[in-house]
Write a protein that binds this ligand. Structure first.
Ligand code: ADE
Length: 238
């Protein structure tokens, strides 16, 4: 166990599958097709499928939203297209969670990410408009997650943030396998400061200790810096 109460376990062999359902799939294109997520997909560590909700809508206009019963501002995501895609996916395989991204949900943090990174299959449903038909939440969703106490225009940015956070935890996704464990928050501490060349830029010098070559002293200094930075910037974590 670490200080966050998270058991340090690692994924069993086998890649992770993330299905993201969205009515604006274009919003997900670039965050999930570059850098670490792309490399992890190319290495077969994760598969990310993006489903366009409009493909499951009926009628000439392929509507995925409608007015809310009882009035009130804003359109509501309709139940039928969501039902169709979720049923199609869950008939094909078992999902650990069917997640709705919403500001009402449980706050996403590193311990939750660590737990979720051990899952095999998850569905992320991105909301849009004013919200989704309550029956979807009651009958099809197993968990609701929020990425912060603010309201986004839709769940896509939250889905991209969660996917990115999970993927970097899959062993092999990062070039140095241990580096996800030294991320900020992994032990409730922020990361210590890091530097690269040049050692002296216009008189702004890299701390001498880092140039000393004394690895024990450097490790001790980095630990101290992590605690000091956390105390200063995020005392709530301590
Ligand atoms: N959709 C809108 N706001 C959100 C938030 N804060 N977290 C997750 N999904 C959202």
């Amino acid at each position: 166990m670490d200080r966050t109460g998270t058991k340090k376990t690692y994924r069993k062999k086998g890649s992770m599958r993330i299905d993201i359902i969205s009515c604006v799939p274009q919003l997900l294109e670039s965050p999930l097709n570059y850098s670490i997520v792309k490399r992890a997909k190319d290495k077969g560590l994760v598969s990310v499928f993006i489903h366009d909700l409009r493909d499951y809508a009926t009628g000439k206009h392929k509507k995925t939203d409608d007015y809310s019963y009882g009035g009130g501002a804003g359109m509501v995501m309709m139940i039928e297209p969501v039902y169709k895609i979720i049923k199609k996916l869950t008939r094909q395989r078992k999902y650990d969670e069917v997640i709705y991204l919403s500001p009402d949900g449980e706050l996403f943090d590193q311990p939750m990410a660590n737990r979720m990174s051990l899952m095999k299959n998850i569905i992320l449903l991105c909301g849009h408009y004013k919200g989704i038909d309550q029956r979807i939440r009651e009958h099809l969703i197993t968990k609701e997650i929020s990425i912060g106490n603010y309201v986004l225009s839709g769940g896509e940015i939250a889905a991209a943030a969660i996917t990115d956070t999970l993927v970097r935890l899959i062993p092999g996704a990062l070039s140095d396998e241990t580096s996800a464990l030294t991320d900020s928050f992994q032990n409730s501490l922020l990361s210590p400061p890091i530097y690269t060349r040049p050692a002296d830029f216009k008189g702004w010098r890299v701390p001498d200790i880092l140039l000393s070559g004394d690895h024990d002293k450097i490790a001790q200094w980095l630990d101290e810096q992590a605690v000091q930075r956390t105390r200063k910037l995020r005392p709530d974590l301590l």
